[in-house]
Design a protein around this ligand. Structure first.
Ligand code: M6R
Length: 362
């Protein structure tokens, strides 16, 4: 049941601290990542590229993975959506690691890509939330996210636990391949452990997001902009908004806006700015200034150690943690924003039009 919540989506948003805690409980032993399988050091040393195959929200988790896995392992990472990958005659050999991300473990296009990868001899790791699903049954190396059943069509706790799994894979491979020193590894594990309470902190601040949503709910077009790993979080945040509120939203790498889409920014197009990555903050400030000059309403989401920007319409502040881990916090206000905006618009949150929870046809 909904346990007193109005919709499954908001219930599942609030279950995220617990979902993360459960998943960590299974895959951390003391101060070590402990995955349910072992790949030998020799095999790991051979890997020269990683491809992540997924659809929808899982593919956006993959896009975050691109940043964090490259950082942790120094192996190049590419993300492919299942529906494209399966028909492109993909280049696969035994030096490639493939990661399959699927909440349901039943998405037809993702599974077709997975089977192709197995057939062509890649090493394949699956991440799924459903034990006994096709992904869980057909792969030898599987991480089960322990988010519990996800009922809402709009995926939330599956996304954050998928991100968590990618951190675990990255830390595991990075350490085995000597890309992470002992201190950084230890710090990273400590950061993972504090995520649940940081997420709870953001959830307790939901009123601030609700106020912003009440203002945004009357618009029909929006942009989400960010740099570095804030960008794929913008992709996922805008995806959430589209699905449940039916507002047209697009995500851009903040630096790409002026190569075209800036032409669409007017006072009628609010811009959600994600400013949680310190080393690109100065660049974000200049991109925000560009959209301000077009009179757009600006909602800036930053963490507490990043300075506030003058003349923005609203600010949402999240706790500061190591840049590498902020995506898992930064998505929380965007989930809430999509939820409350859709609520103000009177939408059916758990059953958005035209969509199904699990896409088992191609
Ligand atoms: O079960 P999967 O993770 O394979 O599902 C993939 C997508 O269909 C799913 O994430 C979809 O985009 C959701 N409606 C997102 O909220």
């Amino acid at each position: 049941g909904k346990n007193g919540y109005e919709d499954y989506m908001i219930k599942e948003i609030f279950e995220q601290p617990q979902a993360i805690r459960q998943t960590l409980g299974s895959y951390l032993k003391g101060d070590e990542v402990s995955l349910p399988f072992i790949i030998s050091k020799e095999e790991l040393d051979k890997i020269d590229s990683i491809t992540i195959i997924a659809c929808g929200t899982a593919s956006y988790a993959g896009r975050v993975g691109e940043y964090l896995l490259e950082k942790l392992t120094r192996i190049p990472v590419k993300v492919e959506v299942g529906s494209e990958y399966r028909y492109k005659d993909p280049i696969i050999d035994d030096k490639k690691l493939i990661i399959i991300l699927s909440q349901s473990g039943e998405t037809a296009d993702t599974i077709a890509g997975m089977r192709e990868a197995i057939k062509r001899g890649a090493k394949v790791i699956g991440v799924t939330n459903v034990k006994g699903s096709t992904v869980s049954r057909e792969l030898e190396y599987v991480i089960h996210t322990l988010a519990g059943p996800e009922v809402s069509v709009a995926s939330t706790k599956a996304f954050t636990t998928q991100l968590l799994s990618l951190y675990l894979i990255g830390l595991y491979i990075g350490k085995e391949r000597d890309q992470i020193d002992a201190e950084k590894y230890k710090q990273s594990i400590d950061t993972l452990r504090i995520l649940p309470e940081k997420i709870s902190g953001i959830l307790n601040n939901k009123k601030a997001v609700e106020e912003v949503a009440s203002k945004l709910s009357k618009y029909e077009n929006m942009f989400y902009i960010g740099r570095n790993s804030d960008f794929p979080i913008c992709l996922e945040g805008s995806h959430k908004l589209k699905e449940i509120s039916y507002i047209h939203a697009e995500a851009y790498e903040a630096g790409e806006l002026k190569h075209g889409a800036l032409a669409l920014v007017t006072e009628d197009v609010p811009v959600i700015c994600l400013s949680t990555i310190e080393h690109v903050f100065d660049k974000m400030v200049s991109n925000i200034t560009e959209v301000q000059a077009r009179k757009a309403i600006i909602i800036n989401i930053r963490h507490e150690n990043i300075p506030s920007i003058d003349n923005v319409d609203s600010e949402i502040i999240i706790p500061a943690i190591d840049d590498l881990f902020t995506p898992i916090l930064a998505i929380i206000p965007l989930q809430l924003l999509a939820y409350y905006t859709a609520k103000f618009r009177g939408c059916d949150i758990d059953q958005p039009r035209n969509l199904a929870k699990s896409v088992t046809v191609e």
